[in-house]
Design a protein around this ligand. Structure first.
Ligand code: PMP
Length: 324
């Protein structure tokens, strides 16, 4: 028998998919972890599970307790599912600039959602800081703290990294992914570098984020902006601290959107914007490295979460992103 134990037992062990059109174009094997096939629909299910189980092991949350988080969406969705499956309540603080689909999904899942104005991290009313204060004032509650809680990257060090190593039979030459918290990128990089220090680890960054300049120059410098959600940062999180990074690649929205549509029309994969950044960076890296290399990235979440944005002509046009 081959049976998964509930929602929790279904997180991870995602397929590694060859992106045929991009592989043929570049002469490299462009492979991607199908994280949108996690039971909560994104790469963040892994972090959500590890964060809650870490708190359980440390005795920080008891039955009936509340998990509080400030999240752009996918972590909240993962947390809401896991809270239901484990008997916890879930309170999500979200910037009011995030897509309606994500807020609707969270409420449908039973989470309490509090949208707050989007203000910079340095502001005490930033959604992440607010979520920490709210959790501290509640009884039997934990703050998931995905940006700085190392249980996040540990999930990827223990699961995503080893899966990639096994699924490629150790033939992976390069790993490239964008960072929100940095948990996915850092956990996988740390695991792969331990297995083989020759594996090239590269950060993919959207415009409007400071991670690209940080890796290139050691300084956070932010230029432009991006319609992508859940990725990019203006600081180095605890999860990113000390993560190996050989290089960084910056991708603009035009390129990301072109890749999202190629994934849909040529590869049959309906993906969100951060996946566009990831796959565009994998293609750029393939061109740098030359044919014959195996490059792995992440398919973060489904395009269905962005139907009113990336897959809506009027919206794309309003952002100056409508092309052939
Ligand atoms: N893509 C999407 C759509 C996300 O929601 C996130 C997480 N915010 C990421 C990518 C990046 O993942 P991580 O937090 O592990 O860096």
């Amino acid at each position: 028998m081959d049976i998964k134990n509930g929602f929790v037992g279904t997180v991870g062990n995602t397929p590694l998919i060859r992106l045929n059109s991009f592989s043929e174009e570049t002469g490299c094997e462009i492979l991607a972890k199908a994280e949108f096939l996690n039971p909560g629909g994104s790469v963040k299910d892994r972090a959500a599970l590890y964060i809650i189980e870490d708190a359980e092991k440390k005795g920080l949350i008891k039955p009936g307790g509340t998990v509080v988080e400030g999240t752009a969406g996918n972590t909240g969705i993962g947390l809401a599912h896991i809270c239901n499956a484990k008997g916890y309540k879930c309170l999500i603080i979200i910037p009011n600039t995030q897509s309606q689909e994500k807020m609707d999904a969270l409420r449908a899942l039973g989470a309490e959602v509090r949208p707050v104005p989007a203000v910079p991290y340095k502001d005490p009313n930033n959604y992440v800081k607010l979520s920490g204060r709210i959790a501290a004032e509640m009884e039997n509650a934990i703050w998931a703290n995905q940006f700085d809680n190392l249980a996040n990257r540990h999930a990827h060090y223990e699961t995503t990294g080893p899966e990639i190593w096994k699924q490629t039979d150790g033939t992976v030459d390069a790993w490239v992914a964008s960072t929100g918290t940095g948990g996915t990128y850092a956990g996988v990089s740390m695991f792969l570098k331990e297995k083989n220090p020759e594996i090239k680890c590269v950060v993919a960054d959207p415009m409007g984020s400071g991670i690209y300049s940080y890796i290139k120059t050691g300084e956070i410098k932010i230029e432009g902006n991006s319609i992508t959600e859940g990725i990019g940062n203006s600081r180095i999180t605890a999860n990113m601290e000390g993560a190996p990074a050989d290089d960084a690649i910056q991708i603009d929205d035009k390129d990301a959107i072109r890749v999202v549509y190629q994934l849909l029309q040529k590869d049959g994969l309906f993906m969100g914007g951060s996946t566009g950044i990831n796959v565009a960076a994998a293609v750029a890296l393939a061109k740098q490295m030359g044919p014959g290399h195996t490059i792995v990235t992440i398919l973060c979440d489904s395009g269905s979460r962005y139907q009113s944005r990336i897959f809506n002509r009027e919206w794309l046009q309003s952002k100056g992103l409508l092309t052939e």
